[in-house]
Design a protein around this ligand. Structure first.
Ligand code: 5GP
Length: 344
């Protein structure tokens, strides 16, 4: 018989982090935003733990070259492969080694919209065999039951199905799990065996990143939040709109700027990377024009500033201590949106 679990599963918009008296932190500058991650399969890395959504292996060679030229550190760069043609994907990773001198530290993300298939587990164990010293992130999943199985080979499990801003999975398949409950469930299981989790998708505001970290996510991945920046793929698109304001008998024209953002399972991405939709798939991703947001640095400062400020509200001296210090409350209203349409 089909069962309905009656416990309510919560999302970021259903909760807030309650400020409280704790260790006296006088300034956001006193907060340590660096964390040391010790991974299940032996490696260590340091960083804040916020990822931009995946970049395909085809595009990465040139990125490595230009990052090296600009002295951008690559220790925390994850290279993403999919499940299709695993021999080709492994070969591409090995080519990166020979052509671009991509050696340790190696970080690999095995990305599949649905990791609940045997092929995904086969690819994961094969990648672990071929790259024993890599940090491997694998996903996506949306329940705790599969976590231990993945952690036999993976270091980080990517959690989240259906919550992404360009995602149509919930509409097209009815499948998914709200992020807050999912993070709690998966983090608990993964941490019990020394594994880590990455909360992927559904970040609307920096506050949601803070919530994910407070709930015990080790990493957070966001796509839409970075997709409007100068550094994201694609050109800035300019659009002109007539407003209701009239000057000299003519409507005032307003100019707005956008960038293209598309889901990796959208028809657009399927045509670009996977040779089309075939006659058996439905599109589970959207193609969007989202507001242009300018330099990536500005968003990064918002993120680090927001996390540091969250730490001061709850008395956490370091980002690592957020989950220890946080009290989470369930709410009906989390934001006051009364002037939202007047935003400039
Ligand atoms: P966002 O931060 O934009 O809310 O979510 C980013 C995440 O959405 C990605 O890391 C990825 O897991 C997921 N995603 C990206 N493209 C698609 C898609 O086409 N379909 C689905 N179901 N998820 C997607």
């Amino acid at each position: 018989m089909t069962q309905i679990l009656s416990e309510v599963y919560l999302d970021y918009s259903d909760i807030l982090i309650r400020p409280k008296m704790g260790i006296n932190l006088n300034s956001r500058k006193d907060v340590n935003l660096q964390r040391l991650f010790k991974f299940k399969h032996g490696q260590t890395r340091t960083g804040l733990g916020v990822f931009n959504a995946n970049m395909a292996v085809d595009e990465i060679g040139e990125f490595i070259k230009s990052a090296r030229a600009e002295n951008i550190p690559l220790d925390n760069l994850f290279i993403t492969i999919g499940l299709k043609n695993i021999d080709d994907e492994i070969q591409k990773l090995k080519d990166l080694e020979s052509k671009y001198d991509w050696k340790s530290p190696r970080n690999i993300c095995i990305d599949a919209p649905n990791f609940y298939i045997q092929k995904a587990l086969d690819v994961l164990s094969r990648v672990r065999t071929d790259f024993p010293d890599a940090v491997i992130m694998a996903g996506n999943i949306a329940s705790g039951d599969i976590c231990l199985k993945l952690l036999d080979y993976a270091d980080i499990i990517k959690c989240g199905i259906g919550s992404g801003s360009a995602c149509l999975t919930r509409k097209q398949t009815g499948c998914g799990t709200p992020m807050v409950s999912l993070i709690l469930e998966c983090a608990d299981i993964a941490h019990s065996v020394g594994g880590h989790i990455c909360a992927d998708g559904g970040i609307v505001d920096v506050g949601d990143i803070c919530k994910a970290l407070c709930l015990n996510a080790d990493f957070v991945m966001a796509g839409g939040m970075f997709a409007g920046t100068d550094e994201a793929e694609g050109d800035v698109i300019e659009k002109h709109y007539e407003t209701s304001e009239i000057i000299d008998d003519k409507p005032v024209i307003q100019t707005k700027y956008f960038k293209q953002y598309y889901g990796m399972s959208s028809e657009y991405a399927n045509n670009k990377f996977a040779g089309g939709m075939g006659n058996y798939k439905t599109s589970e991703g959207r193609e969007l024009l989202i507001p242009y947001t300018g330099a990536l640095d500005k968003i990064l400062q918002d993120i680090t500033g927001g996390i540091a400020s969250c730490c001061t509200y709850i008395g956490a001296t370091s980002v690592k201590h957020l989950s220890k210090c946080a009290t989470i409350i369930q709410v009906h209203n989390q934001l006051n949106k009364v002037f939202e349409k007047y935003s400039v």
